[in-house]
Structures are given as structure tokens and as C-alpha cells.
Design a protein around this ligand. Structure first.
Ligand code: NAD
Length: 347
């Protein structure tokens, strides 16, 4: 199976090579297709996300993507479209999602016995809409005295992410989908998002549906996490809530994710490029590794995906080989090596 690999920057390259070793331990015939991005793509093609890279991602269909550094306030990027027109995106990560029409970012938050303390039974999947909301990046300045951003919600995108969430719930034996929003203040935008979710819910009478204000949901996921199962939410709330949830599980280094599209899908950790620890070989590879397991599952290799997840949870649960974010002293390669050994032993 051909899998695109975007090794990113910051901690990206070091966690990527560790993760590829573990995925290879499954014994699957995986062919890594290195796809340049950011500086490497600039060197080769003169642009951080040229058409050649978008086409290569479409061609491989599934890719593992490490995080990319985006400098605050200077991430804007123009991409030339097939018809020659240009679209400007707020960041390279945003551009990848939107150029590939990746419409939902599922981020599972699953506690780990031995690691997650009172959240070891946490089991929530955040379904973050990723094409709209304030992250469309339609901002403008009014001199130096003000700035405005537009929040976009369309019926098409809201219905699509809602339907994906209910289908996911049905496929995975989940009992409930909750819509998280702020429709009491954002009457039109979040109001439409909530209405679309409620409409789709009627097509799934076997799955329970409810909704919460996002602020209340942040409180309740900490106090009573068992209230939540699958949650569907606009882009920005999903971004923030999933980092909050990673904190409950125990580290951003444990939080995987996927970006699902019709043509291609890109699998990446919830965390960023962690420049504060980059190059030291101490980053936790688990979030990217579990994203790799989501990739295998998506590509129809459920058995191997389950083996990676089981091995990861077992090694972490034993508490002997842990990276620093989890209170241990092991480095990236030691943790990945211990998990790879466990995957091999389970065959
Ligand atoms: P971050 O997620 O990179 O880091 C936040 C904190 O978590 C840091 O203390 C970091 O050391 C720690 N951390 C993150 N991943 C870890 C891991 N695997 N193991 C151990 N510790 C880990 O967030 P940030 O510092 O706000 O952002 C850094 C850069 O990454 C920024 O340029 C940001 O724009 C970018 N970013 C990229 C993505 C992406 O590529 N998808 C996502 C978020 C942020």
C-alpha cells in the first residue's frame, strides 16, 4: 500500500521516522511516498504547497502528516487553482485541508489506564468541521484601529459533517451525537449549524441527539465526561476542545487525528510542531502513531490498526518506557521501539 509521508518541521521529522518504524512492524507491505511540503517544497518548486504536491496527495489518497510551524500573523498563503485563479488561505495547514477538500477532522479522545488518572475511561470523538467558520481566514484591517473576521457557516458543510458524525456513530456502535455551538449568541451562523445537525439527527432515530453550548461543554467534559460520546462542532470550537481533551487524557503527545475528504485523507496529530523541544529527540511519538493507526483502519487494515493501538496502550499502561511529557525519561525512539517490539510480539 502506498502512503504519502509529509515529515513536517519542528518535532515533525523525528516523530515521523519513529512512527514509520512502528507501522512497518505490522508486517503490512507499506510503501512510503515522500511528499515535500513547506521549505522543502519551496526549494524544489518555489512554493510551500504547489499544485504538484496537491496532485501527489490526491494520487496517494492517504497520507501521514507531521506538524508544521506556522509563524503567528504571517501564515497567509496564496495557491493557484487548476483554472489559473488564486485563493488565499490563512495558513499552510488550512491550505492543505481546503485544497484537498478535507471536510471533517475526527479527533478521538481516549483515556489510557495507568496514564490518564480519573479520565482513564474518557472516550469521546470530536468531529470538527474544517472547511469554514472563522478559519476561512476572511479578515481585514481597518487601519490600525480595528480588524474584522467573517464567520462562515453553510448548510452544505454543516449537513455534511453532521451526516459523517451520525454515520460514524452507527458504524462504531456509538450511542449519541451531541452538537456543540454558541447559537444563543451567534444566532445565524451557529444557529444554522445546530439546525442542520438537528435535521440530520431525524434520519438516525437509532442514535440519540442533544446539544450543548460550547462553554458549558468545556465545563462538563471535565466534570462529567461520560455525558459525551461523539460531538460535532464548528471548526474553532473543535480545535480548542480537542486540545483541552488531550490535556484530560494526559498529554498533547497522545492525541491523534484524521482529516477526511472524498478524494484523499490526511492523518495527523492534534498537536503542533513543538519548537520548544524540537531536535532533542524527546517528543512523544504516540499522537502521530495513533493517527497512523487511524490511517490503517481507514485503508481497510483494521486488524493491524488494532494491533498498533493495543501495543501502544499496553506499553504506556506499564509505565516503564514513557517520554518526558508523561513523567518518564525515555526518548522518542525508545518509546517507539518498545511499541514496535510489542506489535511484532503480538503477531
Ligand atoms: P504545540 O502543540 O506545538 O505545543 C504545545 C505544547 O505541547 C508545547 O509545550 C510542546 O512541547 C508540547 N507538545 C506538543 N506535542 C508534543 C509531543 N508530541 N510530545 C511532547 N510534547 C508535546 O503548540 P504551539 O507551541 O502553540 O505551536 C507550535 C507550532 O506548531 C506553531 O507554529 C503552530 O502554528 C504549529 N501548529 C501546527 C499544527 C499542525 O501542523 N497541524 C497544529 C497546531 C499548531
Amino acid at each position: 500500500m502506498r502512503v504519502g509521508v509529509l515529515k513536517g518541521n519542528g518535532i515533525g521529522p523525528e516523530i515521523t521516522s519513529a512512527v514509520l518504524q512502528v507501522l512497518e512492524a505490522t508486517g503490512l507491505p507499506l510503501e512510503w511516498v515522500h511528499i515535500p511540503i513547506a521549505d522543502e517544497a519551496v526549494e524544489r518548486y518555489g512554493h510551500p504547497l504547489p499544485r504538484q504536491v496537491v496532485d501527489a496527495l490526491r494520487e496517494v489518497k492517504v497520507a501521514l502528516k507531521a506538524p508544521l510551524i506556522v509563524n503567528k500573523g504571517e501564515g497567509r498563503l496564496s495557491c493557484v487553482q487548476e483554472d489559473g485563479s488564486e485563493v488565499t488561505y490563512p495558513s499552510l495547514n488550512n491550505a492543505i485541508r481546503r485544497e484537498l477538500k478535507l471536510f471533517v477532522n475526527p479527533r478521538p479522545l481516549r483515556g489510557i489506564p495507568g496514564i490518564s488518572g480519573r479520565y482513564e475511561n474518557l472516550d469521546v470523538v470530536v468531529m470538527r468541521e474544517v472547511t469554514e467558520d472563522v478559519y476561512v481566514g476572511w479578515e481585514h484591517r481597518i487601519g490600525d484601529v480595528a480588524a474584522q473576521a467573517i464567520k462562515l457557516t453553510t448548510r452544505e458543510a454543516a449537513v455534511r459533517v453532521a451526516r459523517y458524525s451520525f454515520d460514524y456513530a452507527r458504524r462504531n456502535g456509538r450511542r449519541k451525537v451531541s452538537c456543540l455551538h454558541k447559537a444563543n449568541v451567534l444566532n445565524y451562523t451557529d444557529g444554522l449549524f445546530l439546525r442542520c445537525c438537528a435535521e440530520v439527527a431525524r434520519e438516525y432515530p437509532d442514535i440519540e441527539f442533544d446539544d450543548y453550548m460550547i462553554d458549558a461543554a468545556c465545563y462538563l467534559i471535565i466534570k462529567e465526561p461520560q455525558r459525551f460520546d461523539v460531538v460535532v462542532t464548528p471548526n474553532q470550537y473543535g480545535d480548542i476542545l480537542s486540545d483541552l481533551g488531550a490535556g484530560l487524557v494526559g498529554s498533547l503527545g497522545l492525541a491523534p487525528g484524521a482529516n477526511i475528504g472524498e478524494v484523499a485523507s490526511v492523518f495527523e496529530a492534534s498537536h503542533g510542531a513543538a519548537p520548544d523541544i524540537a531536535g532533542k529527540g524527546i517528543a512523544n511519538p504516540v499522537a502521530l502513531l495513533l493517527s497512523g493507526a487511524l490511517l490503517l483502519q481507514h485503508a481497510g487494515h483494521g486488524r493491524e490498526a488494532a494491533s498498533v493501538v493495543r501495543a501502544t496502550r499496553a506499553v504506556l499502561g506499564e509505565g516503564k518506557v514513557l517520554t518526558r511529557d508523561l513523567g518518564g525519561t525515555a526518548n522518542t525512539l525508545a518509546l517507539a521501539g518498545a511499541i514496535a517490539d510489542r506489535v511484532r510480539a503480538s503477531d
